[in-house]
Write a protein that binds this ligand. Sequence first.
Ligand SMILES: NC(=O)c1ccc[n+]([C@@H]2O[C@H](COP(=O)([O-])OP(=O)(O)OC[C@H]3O[C@@H](n4cnc5c(N)ncnc54)[C@H](OP(=O)(O)O)[C@@H]3O)[C@@H](O)[C@H]2O)c1
Length: 329
Amino acid sequence: MKRVLIDSYGQPEEVARCADVADVGTPGPDEVVFDVVLFPINPADVWFCKGSYRLKPPLPATPGAECIGRVTAVGSGVSHVEAGDLVINLQRENWAQKRRVKGDDVIRVPAGLDLKQAAMLRINPPTALLMLSDIITLQAGDWVAQNVANSAVGRLVIPLAKARGLKTVNIVRREALFADLTALGADACVVDGPDLADRVKVATGGAPVRLGLDAVSGAATARLATCIADGGAVCNYGAMSGEDPVIGRSELIYRGLMVSGFMLGRFMARRTLPQIRDIYADLGRQLLDGRLSAPVEKIYAIDDIKAALKHAQQAARSGKILVAPNGMP
Ligand SMILES: NC(=O)c1ccc[n+]([C@@H]2O[C@H](COP(=O)([O-])OP(=O)(O)OC[C@H]3O[C@@H](n4cnc5c(N)ncnc54)[C@H](OP(=O)(O)O)[C@@H]3O)[C@@H](O)[C@H]2O)c1
């Protein structure tokens, strides 16, 4: 079977290769075996290949924080899924044709769910959901500002916020995205820049913005902070700039902003397995009925992992890059 391996940490398309490896074998009593149908290339996978992600296992290593798989065999002690079910996997190393994992690590997705959306269910939808619920208490009518609003997470934040009666001001790098984001439910859109606070003020009619979601870091964090009302919060959850977040001390000392960080695993760890399954069941339903979705730009074969990785790092994509390890589904 085929599996992506990185032999050293470095530029992803240079260090990743598609290798022939031994089959995963048959499941033990508490295990499940599935064929990987599709996996996305997320920014965290790119950081993983570069060696700048929080996890840096001994090499060779296989990336892949998420996927959608079709169960082919289950162990005698596993009863919540059966052969033929579509599942997401809560564990990593998913850039392969097949996986053998603990039964408790797979969660069945609703039948009929679009496979591309299912492949992107594990990480970005709950990230968008929990950042809106777990950082500060927000009431209907409150404004939330977010940068990388064109990212998969950003595009999920918009409808999830709207469903709660929250308003979003969406910060992007180019005006051409405004129409698309407005169609998703964005209340306001602005282009990032040195005068961001003024632009946000105009776009929101001067309404206080209570929460800022930041996945750019560096000076972008400081710009976002200037848009947040006194006593509000900035939540840093990514670093597309590759830098650490910067924030002016006056935002903290004089204006009392709270700064926090979000990592999905930390916030999921506060929940029980039944609660986690409920979150995915709810998000799966919302993807199934089209309330939530994330666009896809291209699907590659696993043999073309280098080209897929190169493509995933391009700016101004219209959606995610996915890989279909067992052929186009
Ligand atoms: N902490 C967590 O638990 C967690 C979970 C999920 C995701 N994340 C983070 O969330 C962020 C978005 O992930 P995703 O999968 O939704 O991303 P994605 O769909 O791959 O989109 C990447 C986005 O980043 C923007 N971007 C790239 N480089 C940039 C730069 N230097 N300055 C400003 N914007 C830049 C792109 O803007 P253009 O469209 O203009 O190119 C695009 O909107 C990432 O930082 C990721 O690591 C964190």
